[in-house]
Design a protein around this ligand. Structure first.
Ligand SMILES: Nc1ncnc2c1ncn2[C@@H]1O[C@H](COP(=O)(O)OP(=O)(O)OP(=O)(O)O)[C@@H](O)[C@H]1O
Ligand SMILES: [Mg+2]
Length: 246
């Protein structure tokens, strides 16, 4: 296979070597953004001798980025259909219509519309010798009904070790197969990462999915009382902006 150069790879190499935080901003998961995420994760894991986590972490990040772009697209769809997201009946009706249409091409089309409305997805990587934190944010709300569904599903997911068994019992089909988040949980569990370090919820009016990977015993989760050791959010990092490409 011909090697396509990863955009901004020199910047990524230099930034990771310097311990910088990275923020990727995009509207949809294009091939080039996928490559970028893969390369960034590989560069960070290599720096801390954790290459073995590449496949699991890349799958997890990709899943939550797809969820985020889908959520933005879903919001555009509801707007177009004149349906309110936070109205129970509208929501049920909207999801019914959406289910008939949902496909790769629908996601692309509505990804473009999300772009026209400046709805973004940001992917932030913060790392040091004690651990890595990946946060994916998007503009669309997680609805209380979805949040409850997510919470129950993740709680149930932690009791399984294998996705097939979970699927047989739980395929809820509300939107996609509803397997992505539990798949993430099981992938992380298989790498001996505490499932509590994978969170999905609302923070400051945005949807947020966070994956934390400890590298040492000194790792402090952002949920802990003292998340020291990490570059704080207001410190300058690299921002790679792919909004023009998607
Ligand atoms: N970033 C997000 N913003 C808003 N809602 C979200 C977000 N991420 C997940 N959700 C909600 O959580 C639900 C569960 O996500 P999950 O990834 O498990 O399933 P899915 O994406 O519907 O299907 P699959 O991943 O199997 O294709 C989604 O259907 C969606 O309603
Ligand atoms: Mg999903």
């Amino acid at each position: 296979m011909a090697d396509i150069k990863v955009p901004d790879s020199d910047q990524i190499l230099a930034g990771v070597a310097a311990g910088r935080k990275f923020v990727l901003v995009t509207h949809s998961l294009t091939n080039s953004v996928e490559k970028q995420i893969d390369f960034l994760i590989a560069t960070i894991l290599k720096k801390y001798d954790r290459e073995a986590l590449q496949a699991a972490l890349y799958s997890c990040v990709k899943e939550v980025v797809v969820n985020a772009t889908k959520a933005n697209a879903k919001r555009v769809f509801f707007e177009e259909q004149g349906l309110k997201f936070n109205d129970r009946d509208d929501y049920i009706e909207g999801m019914k219509r959406l289910k008939k249409l949902l496909s790769e091409s629908w996601i692309l089309e509505y990804g473009k519309k999300a772009k026209q409305r400046n709805m973004e997805v940001s992917i932030t990587f913060t790392h040091n010798v004690d651990g890595l934190r990946v946060e994916v944010k998007n503009d669309a709300d997680i609805l209380p009904t979805d949040e409850e569904r997510i919470r129950l599903k993740l709680a149930e997911g932690t009791t399984y070790d294998d996705l097939a068994a979970f699927y047989m019992k739980n395929a809820d089909n509300t939107e996609g197969e509803g397997l992505g988040l539990v798949m993430n949980l099981l992938l992380l569990k298989a790498e001996n990462i505490n499932p509590a370090l994978f969170r999905v919820g609302m923070v400051d009016g945005k949807s947020l999915a966070r994956i934390e990977i400890p590298f040492s015993e000194n790792f402090k989760s952002v949920r802990g009382i003292n998340p020291d050791g990490f570059v704080r959010d207001d410190e300058i990092g690299f921002e790679l902006d792919y909004r023009d490409e998607s």
